[in-house]
Design a protein around this ligand. Sequence first.
Ligand code: GRF
Length: 210
Amino acid sequence: MSGVRKPLRIGVLASGTGTNLQALLDTVQGEEALVVGVATDRPDAVALDRAKAAGVETAVFPLAEFSDRGARDTAIAQWLAERDVQLVVLAGYMALLTSPFLQRFPGAVVNVHPSLLPAFPGVRAIEQALAYGVKVFGVTVHFVEDDGGVDTGPVLLQRAVELPGADDPVEVHEQLRPIEHALLPEAVRLVARGAVSRDPHNPRRVVIAG
Ligand code: GRF
C-alpha cells in the first residue's frame, strides 16, 4: 500500500484582492493541495484574475441573482461539491455563510481572520483592535461551523505580533499580511496531512499531531 496521499481538493471563496488565495497558489498548490475552484460574491474581485492566471476554474454568485442568501449558498455549495471539494477556504470572503452551505461541508470550512480571536470578530477587526488600544495584534485561522456566530469556530492556528506603537490600520494590515500568507497555507498543509483532529473531551480544542 502506498503512503502517498492524494492532494486535498480545495475550494476557495474570496471577495477581494485575493492575496491569501495567491499565497495558497504559490505554496501548497500541486503539492499537498489542489485549488480546484474559486468562487466569489463579487464580479469585480481581483481574486478571480489570480485564479484564472493559475488555470483554476472560477464562478461568480451575485446575491441579486438569487431569491435569498440561502439559495445563493446552496448554489455555491453545489458548484464546489461538483468539483469534489474536500476543504473550503474562506480567503477574504465578505459574506456570511448560511446553514445550507455549512451543513454541506461539516468540519471542512476554514477562515483567516486578522485578529487574535475571540477578540475583534467580524468586519474591521484591525480598526476594532486599534480603537481598543491593544499592543499585540495577530492572525487566526479557524474552522467555520453552523453555530450562528461570526468568527466563533474552533481555532486551528494563531500567531501574534507585538506592535506597541501601532496607530494606522493600513500599516497594521501590512504587518499582518505576511503572517496570514504563512498561516493559511500551513493550516491547509496540516489538514491535507491528516494532522488535524478535535479533543474528544473539548471539541473546541483543535489538536495538531506532530
Ligand atoms: C485578509 O486580511 C483576511 O484576514 C480578511 O480579509 C482579508 C483578505 O485579503 N478576512 P485578501 O483578499 O486575501 O488579499
